[in-house]
Design a protein around this ligand. Structure first.
Ligand code: PHE
Length: 339
């Protein structure tokens, strides 16, 4: 029996030594020293011993029990120390690591483009003017030589707020308001929102225009060309080809639409430019004498030019965006590209 006890002790000490964690030690404590444990089982044999043998075996049994207890205690404190260390290591904070950058917002791409355009034109000497988005038919149409029966007045295109009152369909009414309040010379650009009943991948019911107007004695079409050349070359790069195409607007005569060499295929012809190599970017022309008549300017004395460009279109061509609706959905994944 003493042999048995010694064997039990050796095995137990070896197991305790190998216990990997506190959980395993608790298990061993139960399976060796517990009420249904190995030691208890072994000691059950004491009943069959002689009275002389009993104290001897009892003493060995106590020694074994104490040894195992001590071993479990020693291992417990060793393991819990190690576990403590591990925990500390896991929870350690490295104060030398760089911080997480906070989310920073950026200006909306259209705001950025408008500001870039205005920077170019103010650099050329233009002042900034503003009109109103809810406009009289007179300023939006009549004063711009668009009579009541003109197709541009079609209810299909124009949002009427009330009879005689519209959401402006272009920024050209600002020309009229500025001329009414200024004696020439006039040199302004007017940015703003405009509205048309139109919606698809290239048209939005609300979009932005920048209008330009320069009036003085002796202003010619050459001045118009010079200003637009400067603008296009500073915005799209000095190599960009430019083309003036005869066109018609009721408030300019002569009128021209201005194309730039396709920024995608460099003029070779592609899907975006419809294989023509050219992209239309704005409308322009010499202010029609009929408009001068409405604002009290003498067309024999002053001449001038005007132009109007669509900001979304300019931005789409600059950044290769193929759906105008992206500007108005406010999806951060899109907007963040312009940070
Ligand atoms: N207002 C015209 C449009 O919206 C553009 C334009 C402005 C044309 C000034 C000529 C002169 O289409």
């Amino acid at each position: 029996m003493i042999e048995q006890l010694r064997g039990l002790k050796d095995r137990a000490l070896a197991q305790i030594d190998e216990a990997a964690d506190l959980e395993a030690l608790t298990q061993l404590n139960v399976s060796i020293l517990g009420r249904k444990g190995e030691l208890t089982a072994t000691l059950r044999g004491m009943g069959s011993l002689s009275p002389e043998e009993r104290p001897v075996v009892g003493q060995v049994a106590n020694e074994v029990k104490t040894a195992i207890n001590d071993a479990i205690e020693a291992r417990t404190s060793a393991l819990s120390g190690a576990e403590q260390q591990l925990k500390f290591a896991r929870e350690a904070v490295d104060v030398t690591r760089p911080g997480r950058a906070p989310f920073t917002a950026n200006l909306h791409p259209l705001t950025q483009v408008v500001r870039e355009l205005l920077d170019i034109f103010t650099g050329l000497g233009f002042d900034i003017a503003e009109g109103r988005e809810v406009e009289n038919e007179y300023y939006n149409f009549e004063a711009l030589n668009i009579p009541a029966d003109h197709p541009a007045r079609d209810m299909q295109d124009t949002f009427y707020v009330a009879p005689g009152t519209v959401l402006r369909t272009h920024t050209s009414p600002v020309q009229v308001r500025v001329m009414e309040q200024t004696t020439p010379p006039v040199c302004v650009v007017a940015p703003g929102k405009v509205y048309r009943h139109d919606s698809d991948v290239t048209h939005s019911p609300m979009f932005h225009q920048v209008e330009g107007l320069m009036i003085d004695e002796g202003i010619t079409f050459a001045d118009l060309k010079g200003v637009l050349h400067s603008f296009i070359h500073s915005y799209y790069g000095p190599q960009t080809g430019i083309r003036f195409r005869p066109s018609f607007f009721p408030f300019t005569e002569p009128s021209a639409e201005v194309d730039i060499q396709c920024v995608f295929c460099k003029g070779a012809g592609c899907r975006v430019c419809g294989r023509t190599g050219w992209l239309e970017i704005l409308g322009s022309g010499m202010v029609d004498p009929a408009v001068f008549g409405c604002v009290g300017y003498d067309p024999e004395k002053v001449q001038g030019f005007a132009f109007g460009l669509g900001v979304e279109r300019i931005a789409m061509l600059k950044y290769g965006i193929d759906d105008i609706r992206l500007f108005f959905e406010n999806d951060l994944r899109f907007l963040k590209h312009f940070g």
